[in-house]
Ligand binder design. Sequence first.
Ligand SMILES: Cc1cc2nc3c(=O)[nH]c(=O)nc-3n(C[C@H](O)[C@H](O)[C@H](O)COP(=O)(O)O)c2cc1C
Length: 149
Amino acid sequence: MSKKAIIICASTHHGNTRKLANAIADKYGVEIVDATKTKEKDLSEYDLIGFASGIYAGKLHQAVINFAKNNLSKNKDVFYIITSAMGKDQYKSIETAIEGKNANVVGTFACKGYNTFGPFKLVGGTAKGHPDTDDINNALRFYEGLIGA
Ligand SMILES: Cc1cc2nc3c(=O)[nH]c(=O)nc-3n(C[C@H](O)[C@H](O)[C@H](O)COP(=O)(O)O)c2cc1C
């Protein structure tokens, strides 16, 4: 039986993270919730829950953090997808948010995302063009690994 999956997303800077979430949703019929618009949802019926966000001052978007705190039920399989200027793992904020929920983190994915924050705007931004086709394909492979496709 296929897993019932959902991705909780906030992608407010350039829609970078949303590109990855959309690619997964389009290919695998995964539901996406925009955490900046939807604050509450019963997640108990889902087998696999993704938290997807850009990184802002070292953290996932506060809307995703709040959503996870308020709605994630105990003992769930979760995964994280982030885009950032650095393209590096930065999961501390979401880990802290779901402490005590006994979540099973089944995978994490990070890649670079176009950034024009602050002074970077003056030089045309950093990580221009990301996520690119390779990043998107890597995210799809990551998700396929999670569901055993
Ligand atoms: C206010 C702000 C703060 C940011 N802080 C960081 C940061 O601490 N580390 C980092 O690597 N990138 C940082 N970035 C870059 C974003 O994480 C990157 O552009 C990301 O792909 C944005 O995702 P989104 O388009 O899905 O919102 C920041 C961007 C903004 C607008």
